[in-house]
Design a binder for this molecule. Sequence first.
Ligand code: G6P
Length: 614
Amino acid sequence: MCGIVGYIGYRKAVDILTSGLKNLEYRGYDSSGVALYNQNKIDVYKAQGKLQNLVNILDEKRAEVENSTLGIGHIRWATHGAPTTINAHPHTCNCGSLVIVHNGIIENFKELKVELEKKGCTFHSQTDTETVAHLIAQEYAKTKDLTEAVRLATKKIEGAYALCIMHKDEPETLVVTKRNAPLLVGIGEGEYFVASDVPAIIEYTKKAMYLNDNQIATLTRNSLKLIDENNTEITPKIESLPWEPVALSKMGFKHFMLKEIHEQPDVIRNVLNGKLHTIDEPINLEEVKLDKETLKNLNRVQIIACGTSLHAAMVGKYLIEDFCSIPVEVEASSEYIYRKAITDEKTLVVGVSQSGETADTITAIRQAKEKGSHILIITNRPDSTMAREADSLIPVNAGIEVSVAATKSYIAQLMSFYLLAIYMAEVKGCITKEISTSLKKELIILPQKIEQVLNEKEQIKKIAKEYSSFKNFIYIARGVNLATAFEGALKLKEISYINATGYAAGELKHGPIAMLDETMPVLSILMKGKVYEKILSNAEESKARNAKLIALTDSKDAKIDELFDHVIRIPEVNEILSPIISVIPLQLLAYYIAEYLGKDVDQPRNLAKSVTVE
Ligand code: G6P
């Protein structure tokens, strides 16, 4: 949700800023901009649309921009104001001396704007950010000290922000600060880098300092000074980043999404590595820091998450309740934080997040922590805000996921829930050796089964082509695969913009069935087990209303071929483990429909991979 970068040093700032923004594109991509300090003045360059548009402008002006060694940059996901060039960052004060990039939302910007206008400030954009530029400029006029001006101005701001600021009259300085939005400073020799996230700077340095809320860092080429909001100096905590620079390559695939779908067998192997040694040994989950007595006495689990992670959470609920007989609540973080959530020290609160930076989930886990709950975080980013605040941390190790639509991180989250649920059941002594051994045996062979599904992708591609002209889809399932129906429908919506909705199959006749006719295909997830026959009946009911039917099944039953128009077969799998396999064809189906329709698969419109505003 917006990415910011900054550089002060001796290299060509334009190259560092644009390569940094490239690596932050997952945070937004509707406009971008840079400001460069150049021979006693600051030049601002902005472009609407993809980053490449800005890069093209900067290439044309290469001679003008390449000597600058100080600058800031931004890639935007619009919150206030349309994604136009005027609303793109950096924003400036009236005289253009001060420039600023911002990630977050200034909640009191309207009140501030009224006051600033009274003081003579002229606004050019519709953004909340521009108020901050004027506000700091007003303080600077009084203090003639950029750091102090930032300190005084941010006291008046309500909301979330990560800010990087420079001023024409302080040509050797970058000032950065944050509240409820991520920001780090990369440290080099005679240079500093500023970024919303590690990928923007890892190519240049592995040493960094994460800012805490309300801290302000003042960077010159050779110094870093850190203060808190009361102007007390703080010793910076320099960390070594646990990252290697990775060349983000599609490895011959047309899109990152397709590559990431194909990485899933290895992702499963990675998650199991070190945690599931042999089928006879208990699961080794030393990441869970709850002592065994407390774990045995838990009386409730709450899982909070957003988007795809919320669907992984739904499967997690099913597993923990099934294996451990502990009641589990699952809730969207954005709902959890605005109700009286009942939680206490006997409640385990699990936060699930690919990025570890989703604002709503961060707020939710902080609220639960205040009430004394143990916070367990399942995330793909062990260096994220959530990971830092966790009592227990399960890193899912899916590797960097570039495509905005989550695929391999979902599979890694699911696998983590299987391990967690079996681990908890083993500690509580409520799972038989026979059941746990047979589950472990099947978990180990899941990667091969997924490889079989991937080998059949041409069949899914054909079905995708045939269904690509439909405007609406319904996905139905029951039990442990209900979340799969939601996730499959979400994937289709996200990347093809087709209206797809997942329903509990039993709910179909309580309303949605009214929509069924030949224009509304129904995809049924039919895994052999407890709910198989029931879903088959629901599919029959849909057929009777002329809907086109697709089955996703591990059954070889000939009845299915008669009833359904198209059948996607996957290898046989224990019903409770089936969500790991059944989601794969749905990812592929969404991918091939979007690809056939010529959509921007990896960067779908209006979305961002990391949602750092509530
Ligand atoms: C955004 C992404 C989704 C993701 C959701 C939650 O909406 O586009 O793919 O599932 O945020 O993000 P998280 O990082 O917390 O899993």
